[in-house]
Design a protein. Structure first.
Length: 352
């Protein structure tokens, strides 16, 4: 009996799960807006009636990057102190701070990590109002919540979280806008699905060759965009296999600038708010050191300027990451890696 040899089909960027799932983000956000509406508006009204003394976020990985975005928006739009919980305080040390009168925002794709569940249980027992933003609606974290807001991203099988990150940020922004009764931001959110479709179609491929053989990358931003910078750096490490680190534009001068030399890639992210100039001012400094400067959302920066969309400043960073996901997927494939199956990683990380 003759045997046909196996034919190895080369992995193409448009054939990955990461590509297909990131492309679904616009539809997922539209679906989420409908699914969450009643629960979100009821929660926002309750929070206006009985405001918490502080907000605590609970998350890991990409979800924690979404929480960084939320921290900036809660503190600027609602003027409430916001902090990130350390899950190991509960899961490892069996302790908890005083959560009385606080709001905990627990964010997770799976809602099944034991350390997050332990921290959420302890916070709720300690008096926190627990709000869970979870994609898996059958998860223990969703069942535990006082209010459950489904991410409605749909199945996400690639290890690289894309649409679940975008839906996490969209849900947080929508809750904050409802809570603050920010009519301008709410109106902008109505158009977010269409903007995400446009962002997905933007061509960031000119950055592909400069980053094909990179070994390091700084992603620099400020304000809400800093959480997006964290997400981009994480995705580069996960999918492309080289070191990337996110820095606030205010922090990168405090030491990290020392290792930037000729050819070192730096991606600068801008948004049209009070933080923009502090990011833009770094571009010529990096260029003078010979860095490979890439930017998005900064109109006059030296180096390679990647396309971006005009939008409400709060939404601009979210649109940037949607364009970036397409680049990261293509870059991973160009570097000979499968973005859906990074080595040593699993889709659900069950940290204790």
């Amino acid at each position: 009996m003759s045997h046909q040899p196996e034919i190895s089909v080369p992995l193409l960027p448009q054939n990955t799960l990461m590509f297909a799932e990131a492309a679904e983000a616009a539809d997922a956000v539209a679906r989420q807006t409908r699914r969450q509406r009643d629960a979100r508006m009821a929660l926002a009204a309750a929070l206006r009636q009985d405001p918490p003394r502080a907000v605590v976020t609970l998350a890991r990985g990409s979800s924690d990057n979404a929480a960084t975005v939320a921290r900036y928006l809660v503190e600027t739009h609602l003027r409430l102190l916001t902090s990130s919980a350390a899950p190991s305080v509960s899961s490892v040390y069996d302790s908890a701070p005083d959560y009385a009168g606080t709001l905990m925002l627990a964010i997770s794709q799976s809602g099944r990590s034991p350390d997050l569940i332990a921290a959420a249980e302890m916070a709720k027992a300690g008096g926190a109002r627990l709000v869970a933003l979870v994609n898996d609606e059958s998860s223990p974290l969703a069942a535990l919540a006082d209010t459950f807001l489904p991410l409605a991203a749909g199945p996400e099988k690639s290890v690289a979280a894309t649409k679940s990150f975008i839906t996490s940020v969209a849900a947080l922004v929508h809750l904050i806008a409802d809570w603050a009764e920010d009519g301008e931001l709410l109106a902008a959110l109505d158009g977010l699905p269409g903007l995400l479709e446009q962002a997905w179609a933007l061509d960031w491929s000119p950055a592909l060759e400069p980053l094909r053989n990179a070994t390091n990358l700084y992603v620099v931003a400020r304000g809400p965009a800093f959480g997006i910078a964290q997400e981009m750096a994480l995705k580069i490490k996960e999918t492309c296999g080289f070191h990337a680190e996110a820095f606030s534009a205010a922090e990168v001068r405090h030491g990290p600038m020392a290792i930037v030399e000729k050819g070192f890639p730096v991606l600068l992210l801008g948004q049209d708010d009070e933080s923009r100039d502090s990011v833009a001012d770094l571009a010529p400094e990096f260029a003078e050191r010979g860095a490979l400067v890439l930017s998005a959302g900064l109109k006059d920066a030296p180096g390679l300027r990647l396309p971006s969309l005009e939008a409400h400043p709060v939404l601009q960073p979210l649109l940037l990451v949607q364009s970036f996901y397409r680049l990261a997927n293509a870059l991973a494939v160009a570097r000979g890696r499968d973005p859906d199956r990074p080595p040593h990683l699993a889709k659900v990380t069950e940290t204790v």
